[in-house]
Design a protein around this ligand. Structure first.
Ligand code: CAA
Length: 389
């Protein structure tokens, strides 16, 4: 059977950001707590005329530069910041991208893990029908209560991937390691806009899940720690990824120096430090960061992936970078998008934080603000209206 995996990968984040030095100054604390302690520099803040739908469509649009979007047989949309309890956000994206009317669309949820489930399901669909192309999108706006410990770990972003046979970027191995446990570390009841978080506990459960998923992965795959050159982790904040990898190295009695262990994750953290947590999208934006920023040719190298979704479900899986992958990246577009962002003052950040929420069917028209390709123009009569920018 031919290999299956990521053929194209593109991400989007908002054009607004808050530097965490500004947040530290407003809170009268040492900025190094953010820059060093949690390893974050900036948080992306969505404009009022963007949401998970517009971010998703903006992430995916570049994938259809050279070929028709009509080829997509299934769109799997992963998110934990859904805009509707019933209708999939993917159905709006289906129209915005001009997908075929015979394309299947569904939304998946399990906190930050769901994009990995989507990728594995996409691989299974492509294995069954090798000529098909599945579009996987993860899109989230990570929002915490003001003045809470999570505030500095906010952010937003969307990732879009084409999953195909004989992929041009990453072949994904069939063996995985899973771990599931019913815990209350981070959750968001339907009536809340922000999550309830037991922060310190969540970091402990993350590390426990890593160990458990890794052990399960080793049993099923027969691969070892030393078989991998690089690792990508779910990134609620970049220091979590660094700590997780040191933990995994210790469990495996890795003889490398700390600097060499850190080098195995270093390039995957770059984008996360600049845009913050993007929940379901974070692991794959981290992978994009690795392949777009690592100075060496990574072709043939084995990558380990750890996906974690609070609540919790975790998965360790692996893949191999394909020869010539550099020809198929959107590195320049991503660099320009990050360079052209607008820095917010603290007051502007607070204004963006308070998103209009017309719960009684009243009409809200949004002034153009996002520089993304799609925007939320209006919410009226409980309906969201999306347009091309
Ligand atoms: N200079 C340098 N470092 C400093 C510092 C300073 N002036 N002041 C503090 N620090 C360091 C601390 O020593 C600490 O480092 P260690 O972790 O190595 O001990 C680090 O900064 C963080 O400081 P605190 O321990 O005081 O922690 P906090 O109160 O800022 O909260 C947090 C940290 C609990 C992770 C909080 O950010 C949070 O609740 N975040 C949201 C939940 C989260 O992201 N959990 C992660 C696992 S769950 C998950 O992954 C799913 C998801 O996406 C949410």
């Amino acid at each position: 059977m031919s290999s299956v995996g990521i053929d194209q990968i593109s991400f989007y984040t908002s054009n607004h950001f808050l530097d965490l030095r500004t947040l530290a100054s407003a809170h009268k604390i040492d900025p190094e707590k953010y820059y060093l302690g949690i390893g974050q520099e900036k948080i992306a803040m969505a404009a009022h005329d963007e949401d998970i739908v517009t971010m998703a469509a903006s992430a995916a649009a570049p994938l259809f530069k050279d070929e028709s979007s009509k080829i997509i047989s299934t769109l799997l949309f992963a998110t934990e910041t859904s805009i509707d309890q019933s209708k999939s956000a993917g159905v709006y994206v289906h129209r915005l991208l001009g997908l075929h009317e015979n394309c299947r669309v569904v939304e998946l949820k399990q906190a930050c893990y769901s994009a990995t489930a989507a990728v594995q399901m996409a691989c299974a669909l492509v294995s069954r029908e090798p000529s098909s192309t599945v579009l996987v999108i993860a899109s989230d706006i990570a929002k915490y209560d003001l003045d809470s410990p999570g505030e500095a770990t906010q952010g937003c972003g969307a990732i879009a991937m084409l999953i195909r046979a004989n992929p041009k970027i990453l072949t994904i191995d069939p063996h995985v390691g899973n771990y599931t446990e019913d815990v209350m570390d981070f959750w968001r009841p339907n009536y809340r806009n922000t999550p309830i978080v037991d922060g310190k506990y969540s970091t402990k459960i993350y590390l426990k899940s890593l160990k458990k998923a890794w052990e399960n992965f080793c049993q099923s795959s027969h691969l070892e720690f030393n078989d991998f050159q690089h690792f990508c982790y779910h990134l609620p904040f970049s220091r979590m990824g660094q700590k997780a990898h040191r933990h995994l190295a210790k469990i495996n009695k890795c003889p490398l120096q700390m600097a060499d262990i850190d080098a195995q994750t270093q390039h995957s953290l770059i984008y996360n430090k600049l845009l913050g947590n993007s929940y379901a999208a974070a692991l794959f934006i981290g992978f994009t960061s690795l392949i777009e920023n690592h100075p060496s040719d990574l072709a043939g190298q084995k990558i380990g992936f750890f996906s974690y979704g609070s609540g919790c479900v975790a998965e360790f899986f692996s893949g191999t970078i394909v020869q010539g992958y550099q020809e198929h990246l959107f590195s320049d577009e991503h660099r320009v998008m990050l360079e052209k962002r607008n820095e917010l003052t603290y007051d502007e950040y607070l204004a963006l934080y308070t998103v209009p929420d017309p719960q009684e069917g009243e009409s809200v028209v949004f002034a153009p603000d996002t520089t993304g390709r799609f925007r939320l123009a209006k919410i009226s009569d409980h309906k969201r209206e999306y347009v091309q920018s």
